[in-house]
Each structure stands twice: as C-alpha cells, then as structure tokens.
Design a protein around this ligand. Sequence first.
Ligand code: GDP
Length: 302
Amino acid sequence: RLQRLRARLAKSNNSLGKGLLALLSSDKIDESVWEEIEETLLLADIGTEPTMQLVDTLRERVKVMGSRQPEEVRAMLREELIALVDPAMDRSLAVQRHGEQPAIVMVVGVNGVGKTTTVGKLARVLVAEDKDVLLGAADTFRAAAAEQLATWGARVGVPTVKSDLDGADPASVAFEAVKAGIEQEVDVVMIDTAGRLQNKVGLMDELGKVKRVIEKQGQVDEVLLVLDATTGQNGLNQAKVFSEVVDITGIVLTKLDGTAKGGIVVAIQKSMGVPVKLVGLGEGADDLAPFDAEQFVDAILN
Ligand code: GDP
C-alpha cells in the first residue's frame, strides 16, 4: 500500500522535482537558469519567501561545490527540500483516550475540500489500529452531508450521531456526539463540521460555538483543517480565516494526487506554523497517508 501511495505522490509532483534536478544539472547555471529555478518553485506554490530562501541557499552551495555530478546535485537538493519541509515538526495525532475521556477531533474546512471523505478515511485508519471511533455530523446545513458521513461510518463500521432534522443546531449535534462517545467509552470522537464560506461571519460563529459546546464535556485534542492542494494559494487564505476562530493543530492536505503543486505543503507550514499531518491521495477509503517529510521529498525527486 505504501508503494502505491509513493507512486501516486511521485506522479503528482513530478514536475517540481524533475524540473529542479534538470535545471540544477545544466552545464552552466547562469542568471536565466536561476530565474527558471525560481519560477519552478513559485509555480509549485512553495511561496515567495521560502522560494527566495531556497534559491539563495542553492546558489551558495552550487558556488562552493567542486564538481557537479548528478548524484551530488540530487543529494544537495534533497537535503535542502527536506529542511524546507521541516522534518522536526511533530506530526503525531492526539487520538489517545485520556482519563475517562475519548480523544476529540474536530475537522474543519471549506465545502468541497474533502472534509467528510477525510473523516471517513481517518476513521478507517483508527479502526485498523483497534480504536473505537464515533462520528458526529455537525454539518447540518446540508442533509446530504450528514447522510454522506453516515455512509462512511457504515462503510468503516463505526456509529454516526446525526440529526434527522434539516438545519438542526450543529453545536447540539456535536454535543450529543461527544456525550454518546463518553457513554459508549469510545477512544475517538470525530466531529465533521460545516464549511460554507458564503456567510463567513455566520460560519465562524457557528464553529466557535461548536467548539465551546464540545468543551463543556471534554477537551478538543485536535482541530484538523482540511485544505484542497489544487486550490493553491487560495488554501492559505482559507487557513487564515479558520485560524482566527479555532486553534488549528494540524493540516490535512487533500487531492495531492491531482496536482503538481505539492509545494503548498511548504507555504502552509511556513505561514501558519502548523504541520501538515496527513495527505489525501485519492477518493478511495485507503487513500490517506501520514505526511512524512523525507518520503514526500523522495517522491517528488523520483
Ligand atoms: P467536503 O464538502 O469538504 O466534506 O468534501 P467531500 O468529502 O464531500 O469531498 C469532495 C470531493 O472531493 C468528493 O468527490 C471526494 O471524493 C473528493 N476527494 C476528497 N479527498 C480527495 C483526495 O485526496 N483526492 C481526490 N482526488 N479526491 C478527493
């Protein structure tokens, strides 16, 4: 399975790694080549600051390099990209029961980014680790969303708490879900939330309220922000909006299978100071992987 994920990641990010390697291996790296390198990084959505930083470092290192054998260039680029993705960040998920409490995970993000799918996939991962999981459908705005979550729940064999009423209060559904999770002594309660950005103020009020109501019964251990990798810099704006109302503890970057813009990982981490913890690599139940800095860089350099 890991092989398959690697292959996908490699395919999706090809243009970045291969492009950079080719450019850095040119016979003569003059100004125009450095400009191309910069462009390649910017096009991959790495962001302006990190791009400048990386190009400066690469220039310096290329200058002091004796020969430029392809293996040497590759090793150098690998080192620098790994440093950029920051392997030291803590990417573990807080999904352990504590005391009498289940771990509580809130999943937030704009509609369509892959929130519900991520909750389903993550539930499957946790179940495979022998954890008891319960889902809460606090996206009550669209009846279809709760239905979709319950379908995922049934698929991976975990219960879903939802309201049958259209437009029920999301906070009360979240409350009921956590209550049920405590009563049933599950390990993890995962709450799917709404994400219509058209009414930004309303949405943000709602999210804040959901969190506060959950906190009447226990602490929220993870707030995962789901971002769609194909939306590039737009994702950064969304991240800012959400982080104003809730403390984001980790990013899930979905649809990495459909983009050459894997560099957004760097941009997001730099701008938010929050690690990418998981990546979505397809629509299937198994297409979720922990983010690993070295693996990620190896995949894009493949
Ligand atoms: P939500 O509105 O944020 O809950 O988004 P959904 O979970 O309903 O997902 C929206 C669409 O994106 C669906 O068609 C999903 O199958 C698709 N999707 C979710 N994650 C991924 C992923 O990692 N890769 C791909 N290719 N599609 C995904």
